[in-house]
Every structure is written in structure tokens, then in C-alpha cells.
Design a binder for this molecule. Sequence first.
Ligand SMILES: NC(=O)c1ccc[n+]([C@@H]2O[C@H](COP(=O)([O-])OP(=O)(O)OC[C@H]3O[C@@H](n4cnc5c(N)ncnc54)[C@H](O)[C@@H]3O)[C@@H](O)[C@H]2O)c1
Length: 353
Amino acid sequence: MTELHLWLRHEVRTTERRTPVVPDDARRLVEAGVELTVEDSPQRVFPTREYETVGARIAPAGSWVSAPSEAVVLGLKELPDRPAQLRHRHVFFGHAYKQQPGAVDLLRRFAAGGGALLDLEYLVDDDGRRLAAFGFWAGYLGAALAVLQHRGRLTAPLRPTGKDELDEALRPAPGDEEFTALVVGALGRSGRGARAAFATAGVGPTCWDLAETGDLDRAALLAHDVMVNCVLATTPVPPFVREEDLDDPARRLRTLSDVTCDVGSPLNVLPVYDRTTEWADPVRRLRKEPPLDLIAIDNLPSLLPREASVDFSAELTPLLMDFGTAGPWGRSLDRFHRACRELGPDEQEFGRG
Ligand SMILES: NC(=O)c1ccc[n+]([C@@H]2O[C@H](COP(=O)([O-])OP(=O)(O)OC[C@H]3O[C@@H](n4cnc5c(N)ncnc54)[C@H](O)[C@@H]3O)[C@@H](O)[C@H]2O)c1
């Protein structure tokens, strides 16, 4: 077992109730010899005392800035804007390698402090497959919200909930009309989640993946009442739905839920909207007559913080037990170094192993 001091930080985003390590897995880490510090966090879905009970040391929210240099700081989403220099190794979703807003600033902060980003999105196996991801619950919620909207039962603002409560609302009620649904990207993680939610809702969706979209039958697509897009696009393909399709008189499609949310990207397969929707206002009407409602929320798993955290933590914990510079961690670090090199010659002198 590597000597690891892991520092689980509080999330700055107030709506983020998830955590990458849940108390049961914290116990496993402590038992395996990991020194674990957990920051107190008012919104984390698991109370701080549950971590204390399993042997973690508790520290105030945000205190990672003064953590010992060898500590590996673990979180999910963005860091606060300060400090300007990042001297630790940080494990989280940095969103820093695809020219996202703020990406260069974040990399520069690592450059200034000599730290490193070990991005969770780039923890991959030998074949490049992601090892820890939230996709299943993203798909589950993407389909669940579509069903609720289609049945006239979606209420805003959206709030984090639990699966039992969500499933209660999802189950068909007397008087609900039958409808047809399509999941695209049905064989992936979020596609599986979407299919599971439809099953709870009593709906058997049509399932398409690569084999079914190669020669896209748009008329068949538009003939479904509800569509949930779960593809992970890696190369540009013809759009699944175009602006002109929204005005097709034969369109039955009424509710479109885009789990992928590639809006603005050249890989976007749904170039019929220009910005995502939010928890406060989750549905945007793209056409009035006949209606077409869009749901495009890019932080879906945060709506089921407990279930999403438990599954993610189960995937991440074995990797943390094996923390080091080889395998997935080495690949993630290599990706960071590549991004640093792409920043330019003045900023290459950082990112240790
Ligand atoms: N909205 C959110 O909150 C949220 C959360 C997590 C992930 N996501 C996004 O959801 C998407 C899917 O993630 P995932 O973990 O399910 O990925 P995945 O790799 O597990 O599955 C993607 C599936 O899409 C299929 N696919 C790719 N191109 C296709 C095409 N042209 N036609 C049909 N099928 C195609 C693949 O074969 C695969 O089965 C990603 O873009 C991811 O970023 C969104």
C-alpha cells in the first residue's frame, strides 16, 4: 500500500451535495492504511460525523490550502478562485483539456504553484475506457425528467432527491397516456440509466446505438414522442435533429432530453438549441405548435447525490487504494503534462509525479 495522505475537500458549489468517497469506502481506505482527512461540509449528503466514526481526521471547509504538500486533495467540481498558486496534487473534474472556459487559468495556477491535476475524467484503463464516471445516474435522471415533463408532473425548481422518492413520481398513474420513447446511445452508461428509468416509468423505449444511427432514419426518430440523447460523440456525425426537423409537420416528438449536452461543440448531435437549461427552469419550449420541450441539464447526477456518490465511490476507491504514478494515475498525469506543454514553453516547468 502506497503511503497516501488523502484530503477530501468541501465542494464550493452550494448545490453540489455529492462526494467522491462515501463513509463506507472511507473506512476501507483507512483500514488499508490511507491517512484520510475530511473537510467538514454543510451540504455534503453524508454527515461529517460518519467520516469521523470510520477514522478520518476532520478539518474545516477549505483548509486544504494549508494541507501538507504531500497531501492529495480530492474533490469533484471546481476549486475556489483562490489561492492563485496550486501546490498540491488535485484529483477532481478539471474540465481543463478541451478549451473550456477557465481552463487556461486553472492550468496556469498549477504552473505557478508546482502542483498537478489528476483529472477524474482521464482515469482510464489500458483501452482508454473511463474507470469512474457518473453516467448511469445522468441517464436515469435525463429520462426521468423527460417522463415527468411529458406526463405534466415536472415541478421547478428541481431539487436533489432520493431514488425512492423519484421512482414514486415516475411510476405510471391511472389516466397516464401511453407514449413512445427513444434512447440514443442506449448501450453506454447513461443509456443504461435512461433505460432503467423508463422501465420504472412503465415505458419500453426504442434503443439505438452506433449500429442504428449509421444510416440515420430521421423520420423514425421524429415519430417518437420522447427522445433521450445519451451518446458520447468522439467524431462529428450528421446531426440527429436539425432546425428544419422541428417544423416537420409529421413530427410527433414533444419532449427532448439531452443528457450529452454538447451544446456549442462541433460534435453536437442536437444543434437545435444554444444553451443548457437549469435546475431553476429545467424546460425550454423550442416550438409552440406542436410543442417541443427541451431539457438539457449538465449536472444531472447532482440531483441524486446519495446514489450517485455511492456508485462513483465504489469505482474510485479501488483506484485510490492503488494510488501511484503508474496505470490510470500515470495516464491522467501524462494528460496533464501534455496540456501543460500545449500552454507554451514558459509554463512547462511544473507538474510533478
Ligand atoms: N448531463 C449530465 O449531467 C451528464 C453527466 C455525465 C455524463 N454526461 C454525458 O453523457 C454522455 C454519455 O456518457 P456515458 O458515460 O454514457 O458514455 P458511454 O461512453 O458510456 O456511452 C456512450 C454511448 O454512445 C454511443 N454512441 C456514440 N456515438 C454514437 C452515435 N453517433 N450514434 C449512436 N450511439 C453513439 C456509444 O456507442 C456508447 O454506447 C457524455 O457526453 C457525457 O459527457 C452528461
